[in-house]
Design a binder for this molecule. Structure first.
Ligand SMILES: Nc1ncnc2c1ncn2[C@@H]1O[C@H](COP(=O)(O)OP(=O)(O)OP(=O)(O)O)[C@@H](O)[C@H]1O
Length: 499
């Protein structure tokens, strides 16, 4: 990047504390026009906090922000927008009941409620084209879109604001590989137009594909900005976690035992074909496909959350009744949802209580549970998932996104599951914590728990699973040993039908 070009945005000496917790400590960040700066760091390192400060959601305790050389104060989201900053949120700010066109155009500068539907639609089409959604009907209600389409509409909505600085906070966390390609294309185009982009992610390949600079956060402090071209993935990981990672994925089991769970001729609402799956002792079964492939429906059905129209499921050789989640918990089927905010965690409740909640529900049948027992159980789960033991009484809602995910997975250990179903186990989770989650899943598997993981991250499915089943639009397209796949082949298998 040209040294003589002045900075578009400069944040200097930014600090922010919550009581005794220092979320940011003297953070510095600067970016030039046409530059993409990636923010990296472990869960809880402070990335979202700096994004919230720049977007006017929270006010720092100290520090200054300048835009094009002029100091600005950003006490509100409106002030941030007026300064030319736009943020693509992880939580969508689109309104479900409105159409795509209404969401995209209304509220933008120069647009009016009085526009005719055709004017509204043509304005919306022009915006949709920029994110590769030219084939989407602008009259579609947003609530009918897939998660990926919603994310792209959210990006389109932000682009329509014509901002100088665009911030992406983990925009690809809920997307599969094909949709990620589209998002990265948009980011490159924004930079080519001379806009500045701040890009927060846990997916390192994305950084190497789109970013010019990377700023690594650790424990609330920022490290000096580095040229991405001077770095390798291993160097970035070491800078993030302060140590070499070693192997991300644990060794696979040398031997696979008898069947733990088996589905026979399962007919599930939303699936085009019957589901016949087996998961055996010592085996991690990985299900993968694009969004809408059916993997979510299968996981929900086995967890007892979805309608099963026909067929049987056997757990350790005995038929089980899949109606109702409660029943599933009692017989030892743990299900970890991909949507931790909706049904993974209780945000206002302590880490301890979240970790012990499924276990408490199960043992409450026997009556009294001592606080010590509850704490012991919760501490065991926390230690296994590298959750900070000093923060057991902290409400989970105050944790960073990745740490919330560790709690959402870790809480199921307490019920001593016989089968563990995990959807998107590491969405939003940093690379160090991912290694811990993978190691823990492998340990559980080796101890005899049947594990089914579904993920749209093909690298994760390949690295973690023993057997991989692929799905496309509600039907299985293959099932074989992970050792028979290479990553490009698996990506092609999952995506090629899109061509
Ligand atoms: N409202 C709050 N109250 C107390 N602590 C908070 C609050 N918001 C954030 N924190 C703490 O500030 C620190 C930084 O959190 P932040 O969300 O910025 O991390 P992050 O780098 O974005 O993590 P992740 O990758 O998991 O999203 C964490 O220790 C978090 O628990």
């Amino acid at each position: 990047m040209n040294e003589t070009i002045p900075f578009r945005l400069e944040a200097k000496g930014i600090s922010k504390s919550y009581g005794a917790i220092s979320a940011l400590d003297d953070v510095n960040l600067a970016l030039k026009p046409g530059e993409v700066v990636a923010l990296l760091g472990e869960n809880g390192a402070g990335k979202s906090t700096i994004v919230k400060i720049i977007s006017g959601l929270i006010v720092p305790d100290s520090g200054t922000i300048t835009i094009d050389g002029e100091e600005v104060v950003l006490p509100t989201v409106n002030a941030s927008q007026a300064a030319g900053i736009a943020v693509v949120q992880q939580e969508f700010s689109t309104v479900g009941t409105l159409t795509v066109a209404e969401n995209l155009v209304l509220g933008q500068r120069g647009a009016s409620w009085w526009w005719s539907p055709s004017k509204l639609n043509s304005a919306a089409r022009a915006i949709l084209e920029r994110v590769g959604l030219e084939n989407l009907d602008p009259n579609t209600p947003v609530e009918n879109l897939t998660v990926a389409e919603m994310q792209l509409v959210e990006i389109a909505r932000v682009l329509a604001k014509d901002a100088k600085i665009v911030i992406f906070d983990e925009p690809t966390a809920a997307l599969s590989d094909a949709e990620i390609v589209r998002v990265l294309r948009v980011v490159k185009r924004l930079a080519a137009e001379g806009r500045s982009v701040i890009y927060v992610t846990h997916r390192l390949p994305e950084v190497f594909e789109i970013a010019d600079q990377v700023v690594i956060f650790r424990n609330g402090k920022s490290q000096p900005s580095r040229n991405v071209s001077d770095l390798t993935v291993d160097m970035v990981v070491a800078l993030m976690i302060g140590r070499e990672l070693g192997h991300l994925y644990p060794e696979k089991s040398p031997s696979i035992g008898e069947v733990v769970l088996e589905t026979n001729g399962l007919k599930i609402a939303g699936m085009r074909s019957e589901v016949n799956l087996q998961v055996r002792r010592g085996e991690i079964l990985g299900l993968t496909g694009q969004l809408g492939s059916g993997t979510a429906e299968i996981m929900q059905a086995i967890a007892g959350n979805a309608d099963v129209l026909a067929g049987t499921v056997e757990l350790e050789g005995s038929p089980i009744d899949l109606r109702g989640r409660r029943r599933g918990i009692v017989i030892g089927i743990a299900y970890c949802s991909p949507d931790r905010k909706k049904d993974g965690i209780f945000a206002g409740v302590s880490i301890k209580r979240n970790l012990s909640s499924p276990w408490l529900r199960r043992v409450s049948r026997v009556g009294f549970v001592s606080r010590k027992q509850e704490m012991d159980e919760a501490t065991r789960s926390a230690a296994n998932f590298a959750i900070d033991l000093a923060r057991m009484q902290t409400p989970v809602g105050n944790l960073s996104g990745g740490n919330q995910q560790k709690v959402a997975v870790g809480k199921w250990l307490g019920i001593r599951p016989r089968v563990l179903l995990v959807e998107e186990p590491t969405r939003g989770v940093d690379v160090g914590a991912r290694a811990e989650i993978y190691a823990q899943l492998r340990r559980l598997c080796d101890s005899g728990v049947g594990i089914i993981v579904s993920s749209s991250d093909t690298n994760e499915i390949l690295g973690l699973s023993d057997t991989i089943a692929t799905y496309y639009r509600g039907a299985q397209t293959s099932s074989k040993s992970a050792s028979e796949w290479t990553e490009p082949e698996l990506v092609r298998e999952v995506m090629h039908r899109e061509d």
